[in-house]
Design a protein around this ligand. Structure first.
Ligand SMILES: C[S@@+](CC[C@H](N)C(=O)[O-])C[C@H]1O[C@@H](n2cnc3c(N)ncnc32)[C@H](O)[C@@H]1O
Length: 208
């Protein structure tokens, strides 16, 4: 008989420890943190009663007192030190269709498959629900490279309308924000093609 099963595996093998999220560390030096902008936006959106924080990190939204009357579901690949995260891939969110009023992606469209995260957000949002996104500017805009219009078009093709006051990224900004409302279910395109999401650049980490 082999040694398998004789001893329980060490906890460190069964339960991965929370890992730090380097980009969040980087945002500490920014004049405004995107998550604070998300919180401000949620406060000004009273219809956002049930919130999905997708790629929540330390789940700051759910720990904000002034949003305590809302229900916030936290999802991330990693558990955090507060133990209040549903650990999953946000390409496959354990919530029913049309079950939330607002989805937040705060610096969390990280994978090359980020389009699948947005498709999941479209599935779990009710019609009339809101989608709020913040991303690092350099991932989408650098000199002549600007994929923000393509990103907006791809998200609109999922059944959303962009309601951001400006779709332009302010010069010198660390991050950009986009807001959408879900106008209905995605219309099947004539030829059934998948939505084409533009490639976002990887984050450049800097020691500050
Ligand atoms: C830069 S951190 C932002 C955390 C938080 N939203 C904030 O603004 O403080 C990005 C987070 O997205 C999570 N994330 C990235 N891809 C993910 C995926 N496919 N499924 C679940 N979480 C993901 C990471 O684990 C990380 O916690």
């Amino acid at each position: 008989m082999g040694s398998e099963g004789r001893f329980p595996p060490p906890a460190s093998l069964t339960r991965p420890p929370p890992i730090p999220h380097p980009p969040s560390q980087q945002t500490k030096s920014w004049p405004v943190r995107p998550v604070d902008r998300a919180i401000r936006w949620l406060k000004s959106t009273p219809g956002a009663r049930v919130i999905a924080d997708l790629g929540c990190g330390d789940a700051q939204i759910s720990r904000t007192r002034s949003l305590a009357d809302r229900t916030t579901h936290n999802f991330d690949l990693c558990q955090n030190e507060h133990g209040n995260v549903t650990v999953c891939n946000i390409a496959d969110i354990p919530l029913p269709d049309a079950s939330v009023d607002a989805c937040v992606f705060c610096l969390s469209l990280m994978g090359t498959d980020y389009g699948t995260f947005l498709e999941e957000a479209a599935r779990i949002l009710r019609t009339g629900g809101h989608l709020w996104i913040a991303e690092v500017t350099s991932r989408a805009v650098q000199q002549a490279f600007n994929v923000v219009p393509d990103l907006v078009a791809a998200i609109e093709a999922l059944g959303f309308t962009c309601t951001s006051p400006s779709k332009k990224v302010a010069e010198g900004s660390y991050f950009f924000e986009l807001v959408f409302v879900k106008r209905g279910e995605r219309k099947a395109t004539d030829d059934g093609r998948a939505v084409a999401f533009p490639k976002l650049r990887a984050c450049a980490y800097k020691k500050r």
